[in-house]
Design a protein around this ligand. Structure first.
Ligand code: ZN
Ligand code: FE
Length: 252
């Protein structure tokens, strides 16, 4: 069993640090400095890095970290500089008795991966608290399929996204479903967390299913809201998702 701690980077990134004994794995170290400070303060050796996708805010720290810990295994999509253990959908590996399973979740980028271990999913910029990543390289249908894959995991699965976007996502969720009391309740809880400068993450799949509009494209109120926004009827969940994603892109 490993423990997981967030290390803050940039304005709103989290570098999740998995610890077991004196060893650590870091997920998406976009910036080396705060991670090095954390590892040194806690006398931890960096044994590995898990990369979800190629964006600089997730990979920028690799070179410097490898200078300090040259023996670290860098798991990630093939093609990212520094990756010395390329993985893909279905890949498995072990770290100190914990088994990791890799899932391909394209949409935000084409190379996007998520890592599942001990009921925890390190999902990068695919799923956020009450939201999902922007579709940069894939198509909305691709992103929606990736989210459906994630949503098929057990409801107790805990998600560790790479950004603190929950409060702004909840404002959007309320615009989509103004009468959803679960969203209002979550907003109250998460506003308190942020007021104390604490993370709103990790989150749980069960909570996302009741409050995240992007996992609720099949729900009547969400569909109606998307249809009102589009100005016409929507045929299926992918169309609902596409309208929601576009709406959120311009939502302030
Ligand atoms: Zn990204
Ligand atoms: Fe990012």
């Amino acid at each position: 069993m490993f423990t997981v701690t967030p290390v803050r980077a940039f304005a709103d990134n989290y570098i999740w640090v998995l610890r077991q004994d004196t060893g650590a794995l870091a997920v998406d170290p976009g910036d080396a400095a705060p991670l090095i400070a954390y590892l040194q303060h806690n006398r931890l050796a960096l044994q590995g890095i898990l990369l979800t996708h190629h964006h600089a805010d997730h990979t920028g720290g690799i070179a410097e970290l490898l200078r300090l810990w040259p023996q670290a295994t860098v798991y990630g999509p093939a093609g990212i500089p520094g990756v010395n253990e390329p993985v893909m959908d279905g890949s498995r590996f072990h770290w100190k008795g914990a088994q990791f399973e890799v899932m391909a979740v394209p949409g935000h980028t084409l190379d996007h991966l998520a890592y599942l271990a001990e009921g925890k999913l390190f999902c990068g910029d695919t799923l956020f608290g009450a939201g999902c990543g922007r579709v940069f390289e894939g198509t909305p249908a691709m992103m929606r399929d990736s989210l459906a894959k994630i949503a098929a995991l057990p409801d107790t699965t805990r998600f560790f996204p790479a950004h603190e976007y929950t409060l702004s996502n909840l404002r959007f969720a309320l615009a989509v479903e103004p009468d959803n009391e679960e969203i209002l309740l979550r907003q109250t809880v998460d506003q308190k967390q942020r007021a104390m400068e604490l993370p709103t993450l990790p989150t749980e799949l069960g909570l996302e299913k009741t409050t995240n509009p992007f996992l609720r494209c099949h729900v009547d109120s969400v569909k109606k809201s998307a249809e009102a926004k589009a100005g016409h009827a929507l045929a299926d969940e992918t169309e609902v998702f596409t309208v929601l994603r576009e709406w959120k892109n311009h939502f302030a």
